[in-house]
Write a protein that binds this ligand. Structure first.
Ligand SMILES: C[S@@+](CC[C@H](N)C(=O)[O-])C[C@H]1O[C@@H](n2cnc3c(N)ncnc32)[C@H](O)[C@@H]1O
Length: 392
């Protein structure tokens, strides 16, 4: 580490850690280490701004400011009190504590959070005779407390609101996918940004919007206006503008044909609104059609779908849905690599094709498979016969 660099932690969705590490490496991060649902790394303030603006698979970028040992709430209080809190925020600013505890010494995140809050508030009151206010929903400064056994870490949240809130999604239909997960899925497909890209069950259009932003190199936070670090005393607005300009200079016209389709009229209306918010109405073709009637662009395209999962469907509807997906793939998507995300492992089997690749990712609390089916361009029957003959 040099004088200007410091450690940081980027948080993500389980299963996307290697992608996040790679994105950070490309931005120039040093000493990258993958851990569960996070990546630790080092860099300077410019890198912290870049990570917030340009990394598609990060939920938050945190900056550790203190680490100490505590086995009791009083020791936690004392440890927090050693920091000079007025150096991190002003009395007029609001703050919130986000605590996560595990191990034998602390059992309740809520109580640990309250004790940290007390330590901060008491310090301000003792020094200045007044205290800053807590604001849960939109605080100026977010403080993370992470306790594992007796190891306490205090971190500042440089992102503020989670980075999946890109700023383009003002409306959602049923079960929208998290934007960070959507971006991660697209990166996992290895799509080149040139060949056709189709989401035939687009819902609120999260996946096609993330695909277009990736292909056009539009930074994921392009439409976001607020970040936590803007409320820090060391906020460097010139550096921030430079970081944004450098990233925005990379934006290019789209080469690929991107299709967003859904059978539901309501979903299409919502998708239109979000696509419009992202200024992508010229770049994403929106079609109201069931997948079985869709005629996708010819060529070696990529299809990504996020069908409804079992929890919300009757058994027989589920069987019909996933069998239907298999039939549509075989008939309509010749030459495509078709990717399906589902938490229902049995349902995925009903697609009736053998996955050529599988990843495990989490959609919220649901463990999901993200499976690839290679749809051959010749007759499917001929391909099967050929394969069997090859085995003899
Ligand atoms: C889980 S939602 C997709 C959510 C979407 N990824 C988002 O971020 O909003 C599933 C979508 O599949 C659509 N759907 C279900 N069966 C379909 C079919 N046979 N053809 C086209 N769309 C279908 C539903 O209308 C719904 O919008």
């Amino acid at each position: 580490m040099t004088a200007d660099t410091f450690p940081m932690i980027a948080k993500t969705v389980s299963g996307l850690e290697p992608l996040l590490a790679e994105e950070l490496r490309k931005l120039g991060a040093q000493n990258i280490i993958e851990v569960t649902r996070a990546v630790s790394f080092e860099g300077d303030k410019a890198l912290m701004y870049k990570a917030n603006y340009s990394v598609r698979t990060a939920l938050r970028i945190l900056k550790p400011i203190s680490q100490f040992v505590a086995r009791t709430e009083d020791a936690l209080y004392d440890g927090v009190g050693k920091l000079q809190w007025h150096e991190y925020f002003k009395m007029e600013q609001t703050f919130a504590i986000d605590a996560v505890v595990s191990g034998e010494f602390f059992n309740h995140s809520h109580y640990a959070g309250l004790r940290v809050k007390d330590a901060i508030v008491d310090q301000f009151r003792n020094r200045f005779g007044a205290r800053p206010s807590v604001e849960i929903n939109q605080p100026d400064v977010r403080i993370n407390v992470h306790i594992y056994q007796d190891q306490v870490s205090i971190l500042l949240d440089s992102s503020g609101e989670s980075l999946h809130k890109r700023g383009y999604r003002t409306a959602v239909d049923k079960a929208p996918i998290n934007e960070v997960l959507a971006a991660g899925l697209i990166l996992l497909t290895g799509w080149d940004g040139e060949s056709p890209f189709v989401d035939a069950m687009c819902g609120s259009a999260t996946i096609p919007i993330e695909a277009a932003m990736l292909a056009m190199r539009i930074p994921p936070a392009y439409f976001r206006e607020r970040f936590g670090f803007m409320n820090w005393p060391d906020f460097d607005s010139t550096l921030w503008e430079d970081v944004k300009t450098a990233a925005n200079d990379q934006i290019r016209e789209i080469g690929a044909e991107i299709i967003a389709s859904d059978r539901s009229g309501k979903a299409i209306d919502i998708a239109r609104e979000n696509i419009h918010n992202a200024h992508l109405h010229k770049d994403i073709k929106l079609i109201k059609k069931p997948m079985e009637n869709l005629e996708p662009p010819e060529g070696e395209g990529v299809l990504v779908i996020n069908p409804p999962y079992g929890e919300r469907l009757e058994e027989e509807d589920l069987v019909a849905l996933y069998k239907g997906i298999g039939d549509s793939l075989k008939q309509g998507f010749k030459g495509y690599k078709a990717w399906v995300i589902s938490s229902d492992h049995r349902a995925l089997k009903m697609v009736g094709l053998k996955p050529s690749k599988k990843y495990t990712v989490y959609n919220g609390p649901l463990e999901c498979r993200f499976a690839r089916f290679d749809i051959f361009s010749g007759s499917y029957k001929a391909m099967k016969t050929e394969k069997n003959e090859g085995k003899r």
